[in-house]
Design a protein around this ligand. Structure first.
Ligand SMILES: O=C(C[C@H]1NCCC[C@H]1O)Cn1cnc2c(c1=O)CCCC2
Ligand SMILES: [Mg+2]
Length: 509
Protein backbone atom coordinates (compact mmCIF):
# COMPACT_ATOMS: atom_id res chain seq x y z
CA UNK A 1 0.00 0.00 0.00
CA UNK A 2 1.25 3.48 -0.70
CA UNK A 3 -0.68 4.84 2.27
CA UNK A 4 0.43 5.31 5.85
CA UNK A 5 0.25 1.98 7.67
CA UNK A 6 0.04 3.30 11.24
CA UNK A 7 -2.33 5.94 12.61
CA UNK A 8 -1.11 9.17 14.23
CA UNK A 9 -2.95 8.24 17.42
CA UNK A 10 -1.69 4.69 17.79
CA UNK A 11 2.02 5.33 17.27
CA UNK A 12 2.99 8.94 16.73
CA UNK A 13 6.77 8.47 16.23
CA UNK A 14 6.22 5.64 13.71
CA UNK A 15 3.52 7.69 11.98
CA UNK A 16 5.87 10.70 11.69
CA UNK A 17 8.69 8.63 10.20
CA UNK A 18 6.38 7.09 7.59
CA UNK A 19 4.82 10.41 6.68
CA UNK A 20 8.13 12.20 6.05
CA UNK A 21 9.43 9.28 3.98
CA UNK A 22 6.31 8.40 1.96
CA UNK A 23 5.49 12.09 1.63
CA UNK A 24 8.88 12.42 -0.13
CA UNK A 25 10.15 15.07 2.27
CA UNK A 26 13.37 13.35 3.31
CA UNK A 27 15.50 10.28 2.80
CA UNK A 28 17.55 8.64 5.55
CA UNK A 29 21.25 8.89 4.74
CA UNK A 30 22.05 5.23 5.03
CA UNK A 31 25.81 5.70 5.04
CA UNK A 32 26.01 7.61 8.34
CA UNK A 33 23.28 7.68 10.97
CA UNK A 34 21.77 10.97 12.09
CA UNK A 35 21.95 12.58 8.64
CA UNK A 36 19.13 13.08 6.16
CA UNK A 37 18.56 14.13 2.58
CA UNK A 38 16.18 17.07 2.11
CA UNK A 39 14.14 16.37 -1.04
CA UNK A 40 12.47 19.00 -3.26
CA UNK A 41 9.22 19.14 -1.25
CA UNK A 42 11.04 20.16 1.94
CA UNK A 43 13.60 22.33 0.17
CA UNK A 44 10.70 24.27 -1.34
CA UNK A 45 9.36 24.93 2.15
CA UNK A 46 12.79 25.98 3.43
CA UNK A 47 13.22 28.34 0.46
CA UNK A 48 9.83 29.99 1.02
CA UNK A 49 10.82 30.56 4.67
CA UNK A 50 14.25 31.82 3.68
CA UNK A 51 12.84 34.30 1.12
CA UNK A 52 10.25 35.60 3.61
CA UNK A 53 12.74 36.00 6.47
CA UNK A 54 15.62 37.32 4.31
CA UNK A 55 13.42 40.06 2.81
CA UNK A 56 12.46 41.28 6.28
CA UNK A 57 15.88 41.23 7.94
CA UNK A 58 17.28 43.14 4.96
CA UNK A 59 14.75 45.87 5.72
CA UNK A 60 16.21 45.93 9.23
CA UNK A 61 19.70 46.49 7.81
CA UNK A 62 21.03 42.98 8.32
CA UNK A 63 23.66 42.03 5.74
CA UNK A 64 24.57 38.57 4.53
CA UNK A 65 27.94 36.95 5.13
CA UNK A 66 29.59 33.57 4.82
CA UNK A 67 32.26 32.44 7.26
CA UNK A 68 34.38 29.27 7.12
CA UNK A 69 32.75 26.13 8.40
CA UNK A 70 35.74 25.12 10.55
CA UNK A 71 36.89 26.54 13.83
CA UNK A 72 40.18 26.14 15.66
CA UNK A 73 40.48 24.86 19.20
CA UNK A 74 42.22 28.17 19.96
CA UNK A 75 39.13 30.26 19.29
CA UNK A 76 36.98 27.58 20.95
CA UNK A 77 39.17 28.08 24.01
CA UNK A 78 37.80 31.60 24.35
CA UNK A 79 34.27 30.36 25.03
CA UNK A 80 35.39 27.25 26.90
CA UNK A 81 33.26 27.81 29.99
CA UNK A 82 29.91 27.32 28.30
CA UNK A 83 31.13 25.16 25.39
CA UNK A 84 32.42 22.40 27.64
CA UNK A 85 28.83 21.29 28.15
CA UNK A 86 28.55 20.95 24.41
CA UNK A 87 32.00 19.49 23.74
CA UNK A 88 30.70 15.93 23.13
CA UNK A 89 28.72 17.30 20.19
CA UNK A 90 31.72 18.71 18.36
CA UNK A 91 32.86 16.91 15.21
CA UNK A 92 36.59 17.19 14.47
CA UNK A 93 38.68 16.86 11.30
CA UNK A 94 42.08 15.36 12.20
CA UNK A 95 43.43 14.28 8.80
CA UNK A 96 43.70 15.55 5.23
CA UNK A 97 44.39 12.68 2.88
CA UNK A 98 46.99 10.48 4.49
CA UNK A 99 48.47 13.25 6.57
CA UNK A 100 47.40 14.13 10.11
CA UNK A 101 46.57 17.78 10.55
CA UNK A 102 49.04 19.67 12.76
CA UNK A 103 46.07 21.11 14.62
CA UNK A 104 42.69 19.38 14.39
CA UNK A 105 39.82 21.65 13.36
CA UNK A 106 36.20 21.43 14.52
CA UNK A 107 33.20 21.62 12.23
CA UNK A 108 31.05 24.55 13.34
CA UNK A 109 28.16 23.61 15.63
CA UNK A 110 27.36 27.36 15.58
CA UNK A 111 29.59 30.22 14.49
CA UNK A 112 30.24 32.54 17.44
CA UNK A 113 33.84 31.36 17.79
CA UNK A 114 34.39 31.64 14.03
CA UNK A 115 32.93 35.12 13.64
CA UNK A 116 33.71 37.06 16.76
CA UNK A 117 37.48 37.39 16.35
CA UNK A 118 36.59 39.34 13.19
CA UNK A 119 33.94 41.38 14.99
CA UNK A 120 36.76 42.38 17.31
CA UNK A 121 38.89 43.40 14.33
CA UNK A 122 36.14 45.25 12.43
CA UNK A 123 34.44 47.04 15.32
CA UNK A 124 36.62 49.93 16.46
CA UNK A 125 34.39 52.96 16.75
CA UNK A 126 30.76 53.30 17.81
CA UNK A 127 30.24 54.42 14.19
CA UNK A 128 30.83 50.79 13.24
CA UNK A 129 27.69 49.91 15.19
CA UNK A 130 25.27 48.36 14.82
CA UNK A 131 27.03 45.55 13.01
CA UNK A 132 24.43 43.11 11.78
CA UNK A 133 25.37 39.96 9.89
CA UNK A 134 23.42 36.82 9.11
CA UNK A 135 24.48 33.62 7.43
CA UNK A 136 22.43 30.82 5.92
CA UNK A 137 24.37 27.60 6.32
CA UNK A 138 24.39 24.18 7.92
CA UNK A 139 25.95 23.23 11.24
CA UNK A 140 26.94 19.91 12.75
CA UNK A 141 26.18 18.74 16.27
CA UNK A 142 27.02 15.11 16.89
CA UNK A 143 23.86 14.37 18.88
CA UNK A 144 24.15 11.39 21.20
CA UNK A 145 20.38 11.05 21.51
CA UNK A 146 18.16 9.31 18.97
CA UNK A 147 17.90 11.51 15.88
CA UNK A 148 14.71 12.12 13.91
CA UNK A 149 14.12 13.96 10.63
CA UNK A 150 13.96 17.77 10.95
CA UNK A 151 13.58 17.70 14.76
CA UNK A 152 16.94 16.37 15.85
CA UNK A 153 19.59 15.75 13.17
CA UNK A 154 23.38 15.81 13.30
CA UNK A 155 23.52 18.36 10.53
CA UNK A 156 20.79 20.91 9.87
CA UNK A 157 20.18 24.00 7.77
CA UNK A 158 19.52 27.20 9.64
CA UNK A 159 20.24 30.87 9.63
CA UNK A 160 22.36 32.35 12.37
CA UNK A 161 22.22 36.10 12.93
CA UNK A 162 24.98 37.81 14.93
CA UNK A 163 24.72 41.51 15.75
CA UNK A 164 26.59 44.09 17.85
CA UNK A 165 25.12 47.24 19.42
CA UNK A 166 26.26 50.18 21.53
CA UNK A 167 23.68 49.75 24.30
CA UNK A 168 21.61 47.08 26.03
CA UNK A 169 18.44 48.87 24.91
CA UNK A 170 19.37 48.81 21.22
CA UNK A 171 20.27 45.12 21.46
CA UNK A 172 17.07 44.34 23.36
CA UNK A 173 14.90 46.05 20.74
CA UNK A 174 16.35 43.88 17.99
CA UNK A 175 16.00 40.67 20.02
CA UNK A 176 12.24 41.20 20.08
CA UNK A 177 11.98 42.32 16.44
CA UNK A 178 13.65 39.08 15.35
CA UNK A 179 11.53 36.99 17.71
CA UNK A 180 8.43 38.49 16.12
CA UNK A 181 9.72 37.46 12.68
CA UNK A 182 10.21 33.91 13.99
CA UNK A 183 6.63 33.94 15.21
CA UNK A 184 5.65 35.14 11.75
CA UNK A 185 7.41 32.22 10.06
CA UNK A 186 5.36 29.85 12.21
CA UNK A 187 2.02 31.65 12.23
CA UNK A 188 1.91 33.19 8.75
CA UNK A 189 3.72 30.56 6.69
CA UNK A 190 3.42 27.26 8.59
CA UNK A 191 -0.02 27.94 10.16
CA UNK A 192 1.45 26.95 13.54
CA UNK A 193 0.66 29.05 16.65
CA UNK A 194 3.50 29.82 19.05
CA UNK A 195 3.80 31.37 22.49
CA UNK A 196 6.39 34.12 22.78
CA UNK A 197 8.39 34.41 25.96
CA UNK A 198 11.67 34.37 27.80
CA UNK A 199 13.60 31.23 28.84
CA UNK A 200 14.22 30.64 32.54
CA UNK A 201 17.74 30.69 33.96
CA UNK A 202 17.87 26.87 33.59
CA UNK A 203 16.79 26.83 29.97
CA UNK A 204 18.47 29.92 28.54
CA UNK A 205 21.63 29.74 26.41
CA UNK A 206 24.37 29.39 29.03
CA UNK A 207 26.75 31.74 27.20
CA UNK A 208 24.15 34.47 26.89
CA UNK A 209 22.48 37.12 29.04
CA UNK A 210 18.85 36.22 28.31
CA UNK A 211 17.05 34.09 25.74
CA UNK A 212 13.72 34.80 24.13
CA UNK A 213 11.87 32.00 22.39
CA UNK A 214 8.82 30.98 20.43
CA UNK A 215 7.34 27.78 21.84
CA UNK A 216 5.15 25.35 19.88
CA UNK A 217 2.73 22.66 21.03
CA UNK A 218 2.27 19.17 19.58
CA UNK A 219 -1.38 18.09 20.10
CA UNK A 220 -0.67 14.39 19.47
CA UNK A 221 1.40 13.99 22.61
CA UNK A 222 0.79 17.26 24.40
CA UNK A 223 4.47 18.13 24.38
CA UNK A 224 6.00 21.55 24.04
CA UNK A 225 8.72 22.19 21.50
CA UNK A 226 11.20 25.05 21.19
CA UNK A 227 10.58 26.70 17.83
CA UNK A 228 13.40 29.25 17.47
CA UNK A 229 15.50 31.44 19.77
CA UNK A 230 16.64 35.03 19.82
CA UNK A 231 19.32 35.66 22.44
CA UNK A 232 20.74 38.78 23.96
CA UNK A 233 24.33 37.82 24.70
CA UNK A 234 24.90 40.92 26.79
CA UNK A 235 28.60 41.72 26.95
CA UNK A 236 29.61 38.11 27.67
CA UNK A 237 31.05 37.40 24.23
CA UNK A 238 32.49 40.87 23.70
CA UNK A 239 34.48 40.33 26.90
CA UNK A 240 35.62 36.89 25.73
CA UNK A 241 36.55 38.16 22.28
CA UNK A 242 37.56 41.72 23.21
CA UNK A 243 35.01 43.54 21.04
CA UNK A 244 35.08 47.14 22.28
CA UNK A 245 34.44 50.67 21.06
CA UNK A 246 35.58 53.97 22.54
CA UNK A 247 32.82 55.34 24.73
CA UNK A 248 31.34 58.24 22.73
CA UNK A 249 30.23 59.86 25.96
CA UNK A 250 33.53 59.44 27.73
CA UNK A 251 36.65 59.78 25.60
CA UNK A 252 39.50 57.49 26.50
CA UNK A 253 37.32 54.81 28.05
CA UNK A 254 36.04 51.73 26.22
CA UNK A 255 32.72 49.92 26.15
CA UNK A 256 32.27 46.21 25.49
CA UNK A 257 29.58 46.03 22.82
CA UNK A 258 26.16 44.46 23.47
CA UNK A 259 25.50 41.47 21.20
CA UNK A 260 22.61 39.34 20.02
CA UNK A 261 22.49 36.02 18.21
CA UNK A 262 19.42 34.43 16.75
CA UNK A 263 18.70 31.17 14.92
CA UNK A 264 15.87 29.34 13.16
CA UNK A 265 16.44 25.92 11.63
CA UNK A 266 14.79 23.27 9.45
CA UNK A 267 13.28 21.95 12.70
CA UNK A 268 10.35 24.26 11.84
CA UNK A 269 9.38 21.86 9.03
CA UNK A 270 9.14 18.96 11.47
CA UNK A 271 6.91 20.99 13.78
CA UNK A 272 4.57 21.85 10.90
CA UNK A 273 4.35 18.17 9.84
CA UNK A 274 3.59 16.98 13.37
CA UNK A 275 0.91 19.61 13.96
CA UNK A 276 -0.96 19.34 10.65
CA UNK A 277 -0.32 15.82 9.31
CA UNK A 278 -3.08 13.18 9.46
CA UNK A 279 -3.58 9.46 8.82
CA UNK A 280 -3.48 9.98 5.05
CA UNK A 281 -0.10 11.72 5.23
CA UNK A 282 1.16 15.28 5.01
CA UNK A 283 -1.23 18.22 5.18
CA UNK A 284 0.61 21.27 3.87
CA UNK A 285 -0.43 24.89 4.48
CA UNK A 286 -0.97 26.40 1.01
CA UNK A 287 1.54 29.23 1.47
CA UNK A 288 4.42 26.78 1.69
CA UNK A 289 3.11 23.93 -0.48
CA UNK A 290 5.24 23.22 -3.56
CA UNK A 291 2.06 22.11 -5.33
CA UNK A 292 -0.99 24.01 -4.12
CA UNK A 293 -3.51 22.49 -6.51
CA UNK A 294 -3.43 19.24 -8.43
CA UNK A 295 -5.88 18.74 -11.32
CA UNK A 296 -6.91 15.14 -11.88
CA UNK A 297 -8.94 13.98 -14.88
CA UNK A 298 -11.91 11.75 -14.00
CA UNK A 299 -14.54 9.99 -16.09
CA UNK A 300 -12.02 9.19 -18.84
CA UNK A 301 -11.92 5.49 -19.68
CA UNK A 302 -11.44 3.07 -22.55
CA UNK A 303 -14.77 4.13 -24.05
CA UNK A 304 -13.62 7.74 -24.33
CA UNK A 305 -12.83 8.50 -27.96
CA UNK A 306 -9.31 9.80 -28.70
CA UNK A 307 -10.69 13.15 -29.81
CA UNK A 308 -12.80 13.50 -26.64
CA UNK A 309 -9.75 12.63 -24.54
CA UNK A 310 -7.67 15.19 -26.45
CA UNK A 311 -10.37 17.85 -26.02
CA UNK A 312 -10.63 17.05 -22.32
CA UNK A 313 -6.88 17.22 -21.90
CA UNK A 314 -6.73 20.64 -23.54
CA UNK A 315 -9.54 21.93 -21.36
CA UNK A 316 -8.07 20.58 -18.12
CA UNK A 317 -4.56 21.85 -18.90
CA UNK A 318 -6.13 25.16 -19.89
CA UNK A 319 -7.63 25.44 -16.40
CA UNK A 320 -4.25 24.52 -14.91
CA UNK A 321 -2.56 27.29 -16.92
CA UNK A 322 -5.23 29.79 -15.85
CA UNK A 323 -4.46 28.89 -12.23
CA UNK A 324 -0.72 29.24 -12.83
CA UNK A 325 -1.28 32.69 -14.33
CA UNK A 326 -3.25 33.53 -11.16
CA UNK A 327 -0.17 32.60 -9.13
CA UNK A 328 -1.40 29.19 -7.99
CA UNK A 329 1.26 26.47 -8.10
CA UNK A 330 -0.71 23.84 -10.07
CA UNK A 331 0.01 20.46 -11.61
CA UNK A 332 -2.17 18.17 -13.73
CA UNK A 333 -1.83 14.42 -13.31
CA UNK A 334 -2.20 12.54 -16.61
CA UNK A 335 -0.16 9.51 -15.50
CA UNK A 336 -1.31 6.46 -17.46
CA UNK A 337 -2.34 3.24 -15.78
CA UNK A 338 -3.44 4.74 -12.46
CA UNK A 339 -7.04 5.17 -11.34
CA UNK A 340 -8.26 8.56 -10.12
CA UNK A 341 -8.62 7.03 -6.64
CA UNK A 342 -4.99 5.95 -6.65
CA UNK A 343 -3.96 9.44 -7.73
CA UNK A 344 -6.12 11.02 -5.00
CA UNK A 345 -4.29 8.95 -2.36
CA UNK A 346 -0.91 9.73 -3.85
CA UNK A 347 -1.41 13.50 -3.74
CA UNK A 348 -3.04 13.32 -0.31
CA UNK A 349 0.05 11.53 0.95
CA UNK A 350 2.13 14.50 -0.19
CA UNK A 351 -0.22 16.95 1.47
CA UNK A 352 -1.40 18.93 -1.57
CA UNK A 353 -3.89 21.40 -0.06
CA UNK A 354 -6.49 21.36 -2.86
CA UNK A 355 -7.46 18.69 -5.36
CA UNK A 356 -9.44 19.61 -8.48
CA UNK A 357 -11.33 16.82 -10.25
CA UNK A 358 -12.43 17.47 -13.80
CA UNK A 359 -14.47 15.07 -15.92
CA UNK A 360 -16.85 15.23 -18.88
CA UNK A 361 -19.77 15.81 -16.48
CA UNK A 362 -17.97 18.80 -14.97
CA UNK A 363 -17.13 20.06 -18.44
CA UNK A 364 -20.77 19.83 -19.45
CA UNK A 365 -21.74 21.92 -16.42
CA UNK A 366 -18.71 24.18 -16.96
CA UNK A 367 -17.52 23.64 -13.40
CA UNK A 368 -14.59 22.04 -11.64
CA UNK A 369 -15.08 19.86 -8.53
CA UNK A 370 -12.70 20.49 -5.62
CA UNK A 371 -11.75 18.66 -2.42
CA UNK A 372 -9.85 20.26 0.50
CA UNK A 373 -7.00 18.22 1.96
CA UNK A 374 -7.37 19.62 5.49
CA UNK A 375 -11.09 19.01 6.04
CA UNK A 376 -12.06 16.75 3.12
CA UNK A 377 -14.81 19.24 2.28
CA UNK A 378 -15.87 19.17 -1.39
CA UNK A 379 -17.54 21.65 -3.70
CA UNK A 380 -17.65 23.07 -7.22
CA UNK A 381 -16.45 26.31 -8.81
CA UNK A 382 -17.52 27.61 -12.21
CA UNK A 383 -14.59 27.29 -14.61
CA UNK A 384 -14.95 30.98 -15.40
CA UNK A 385 -14.23 31.86 -11.76
CA UNK A 386 -11.28 29.59 -10.90
CA UNK A 387 -8.73 32.40 -11.19
CA UNK A 388 -10.33 34.24 -8.25
CA UNK A 389 -12.16 31.51 -6.31
CA UNK A 390 -9.25 29.05 -6.07
CA UNK A 391 -6.76 31.54 -4.55
CA UNK A 392 -9.50 32.60 -2.12
CA UNK A 393 -10.15 28.98 -1.19
CA UNK A 394 -6.43 28.40 -0.61
CA UNK A 395 -6.29 31.41 1.72
CA UNK A 396 -9.32 30.06 3.59
CA UNK A 397 -7.53 26.74 4.00
CA UNK A 398 -4.42 28.49 5.31
CA UNK A 399 -6.43 30.48 7.87
CA UNK A 400 -8.58 27.51 8.92
CA UNK A 401 -5.47 25.38 9.48
CA UNK A 402 -3.98 28.08 11.69
CA UNK A 403 -7.23 28.63 13.62
CA UNK A 404 -7.63 24.91 14.28
CA UNK A 405 -4.07 24.61 15.63
CA UNK A 406 -4.42 27.83 17.66
CA UNK A 407 -7.63 26.59 19.30
CA UNK A 408 -6.00 23.27 20.14
CA UNK A 409 -2.94 24.95 21.72
CA UNK A 410 -5.06 27.47 23.62
CA UNK A 411 -7.33 24.72 25.01
CA UNK A 412 -4.32 22.69 26.14
CA UNK A 413 -2.53 25.51 27.92
CA UNK A 414 -3.96 25.26 31.41
CA UNK A 415 -3.47 27.73 34.25
CA UNK A 416 -2.87 25.61 37.33
CA UNK A 417 -2.94 26.90 40.92
CA UNK A 418 -3.01 23.57 42.79
CA UNK A 419 0.03 21.27 42.54
CA UNK A 420 -2.09 18.12 42.56
CA UNK A 421 -3.69 19.24 39.28
CA UNK A 422 -0.36 19.28 37.41
CA UNK A 423 0.21 15.59 36.62
CA UNK A 424 -3.40 14.94 35.52
CA UNK A 425 -3.11 17.97 33.26
CA UNK A 426 0.12 16.70 31.71
CA UNK A 427 -1.41 13.24 31.29
CA UNK A 428 -4.25 14.85 29.38
CA UNK A 429 -1.84 16.25 26.80
CA UNK A 430 -1.70 19.71 28.27
CA UNK A 431 1.08 22.14 28.98
CA UNK A 432 0.60 24.12 32.16
CA UNK A 433 1.00 27.72 33.30
CA UNK A 434 2.04 27.79 36.95
CA UNK A 435 3.15 30.46 39.44
CA UNK A 436 6.94 29.98 39.56
CA UNK A 437 9.76 31.49 41.58
CA UNK A 438 12.28 31.32 38.71
CA UNK A 439 14.94 29.50 40.71
CA UNK A 440 17.00 26.87 38.81
CA UNK A 441 17.13 24.37 41.68
CA UNK A 442 13.40 24.64 42.17
CA UNK A 443 12.94 23.97 38.47
CA UNK A 444 15.14 20.87 38.71
CA UNK A 445 12.94 19.56 41.53
CA UNK A 446 9.76 20.29 39.60
CA UNK A 447 11.14 18.11 36.79
CA UNK A 448 11.88 15.30 39.25
CA UNK A 449 8.56 15.62 41.06
CA UNK A 450 6.68 15.27 37.76
CA UNK A 451 8.69 12.32 36.47
CA UNK A 452 6.38 9.28 36.45
CA UNK A 453 7.72 6.45 38.61
CA UNK A 454 5.44 3.56 37.68
CA UNK A 455 6.47 1.93 34.39
CA UNK A 456 2.86 1.12 33.42
CA UNK A 457 3.83 -2.59 32.93
CA UNK A 458 0.55 -3.62 31.29
CA UNK A 459 0.42 -0.81 28.71
CA UNK A 460 1.87 -1.32 25.17
CA UNK A 461 5.01 0.77 24.59
CA UNK A 462 3.43 3.16 22.10
CA UNK A 463 0.43 3.79 24.37
CA UNK A 464 2.41 4.37 27.58
CA UNK A 465 2.01 7.80 29.10
CA UNK A 466 5.34 9.61 28.83
CA UNK A 467 7.31 9.36 32.07
CA UNK A 468 9.58 12.36 31.56
CA UNK A 469 9.18 15.23 33.98
CA UNK A 470 8.07 18.65 32.87
CA UNK A 471 10.57 21.33 31.89
CA UNK A 472 9.99 25.05 31.76
CA UNK A 473 9.20 26.11 28.20
CA UNK A 474 9.10 29.86 28.67
CA UNK A 475 7.94 32.76 30.80
CA UNK A 476 5.24 34.05 28.44
CA UNK A 477 5.41 37.75 27.65
CA UNK A 478 1.62 37.61 27.91
CA UNK A 479 1.18 37.09 31.66
CA UNK A 480 -2.35 36.12 32.79
CA UNK A 481 -3.81 37.81 35.88
CA UNK A 482 -3.34 36.15 39.22
CA UNK A 483 0.32 36.02 40.04
CA UNK A 484 1.30 38.89 42.24
CA UNK A 485 5.08 38.85 42.26
CA UNK A 486 6.35 38.54 45.79
CA UNK A 487 2.96 37.50 47.17
CA UNK A 488 1.71 34.40 45.35
CA UNK A 489 3.46 31.19 46.42
CA UNK A 490 5.64 29.27 43.94
CA UNK A 491 3.55 26.22 43.01
CA UNK A 492 6.24 23.64 43.78
CA UNK A 493 5.27 21.81 46.99
CA UNK A 494 8.86 21.96 48.17
CA UNK A 495 9.45 25.64 47.55
CA UNK A 496 8.83 28.37 50.07
CA UNK A 497 9.75 31.17 47.70
CA UNK A 498 7.28 33.62 46.29
CA UNK A 499 6.37 33.31 42.62
CA UNK A 500 7.73 35.96 40.28
CA UNK A 501 5.59 35.18 37.25
CA UNK A 502 3.46 32.61 35.44
CA UNK A 503 5.75 30.12 33.70
CA UNK A 504 4.73 27.65 31.03
CA UNK A 505 5.91 24.11 31.81
CA UNK A 506 5.40 20.89 29.86
CA UNK A 507 6.89 17.62 28.76
CA UNK A 508 8.97 18.64 25.78
CA UNK A 509 11.22 17.62 22.88
O1 LIG B 1 24.09 27.96 19.24
C1 LIG B 1 23.88 28.44 20.31
C2 LIG B 1 23.59 29.90 20.51
C3 LIG B 1 23.19 30.66 19.27
N1 LIG B 1 23.98 30.32 18.10
C4 LIG B 1 23.66 31.15 16.93
C5 LIG B 1 22.18 31.09 16.59
C6 LIG B 1 21.32 31.33 17.79
C7 LIG B 1 21.72 30.48 18.95
O2 LIG B 1 21.44 29.12 18.70
C8 LIG B 1 23.93 27.59 21.56
N2 LIG B 1 24.64 26.34 21.32
C9 LIG B 1 23.90 25.21 21.11
N3 LIG B 1 24.48 24.05 20.89
C10 LIG B 1 25.85 23.95 20.84
C11 LIG B 1 26.66 25.08 21.03
C12 LIG B 1 26.00 26.33 21.28
O3 LIG B 1 26.63 27.38 21.46
C13 LIG B 1 28.15 25.05 20.94
C14 LIG B 1 28.74 23.65 20.95
C15 LIG B 1 27.90 22.60 20.25
C16 LIG B 1 26.44 22.60 20.59
MG1 LIG C 1 21.52 20.63 21.44
Amino acid sequence: IIGITVTKAENFPAWYQEVVLKGEMVEYYQEISGFFVLRPLSMHIWNVIRKWFQERIELMGVEETSFPMFLSSKSLEKEKDHVEGFAPELAWVTKAGEKDLEVPVAIRPTSEAVMYPYYSKWIRSHRDLPLRLNQWNSVVRWEAKQTTPFLRTREFLWQEGHTAHLTEELAGKEVLEILELYAGVYEQLLAVPVVRGRKTENEKFAGGYYTTTVEGYIPSNGRGIQGATSHCLGQNFSKMFDITVEDPANKGSHIHVWQNSWGLSTRVIGVMIMVHGDDKGLVLPPRIAKTQTVLIPVGINKNTTPEDRKKHEEQLDGIRDTLRKAGVRSESDWREGYTPAWKFNDWELRGVPLRIEFGPKDAAKEVVSWARRDTGEKGTIPIAEVATKVPELLETIQQDMYNKAEKSFREHRLQITKWEDVLPALDNKNVVLIPFCGDGKCEDRIKELTTREDTQPDVPESQKLPSMGMKSLCIPFEQPEGVVAGETECLSPECQRKAQFWTMFGRSY
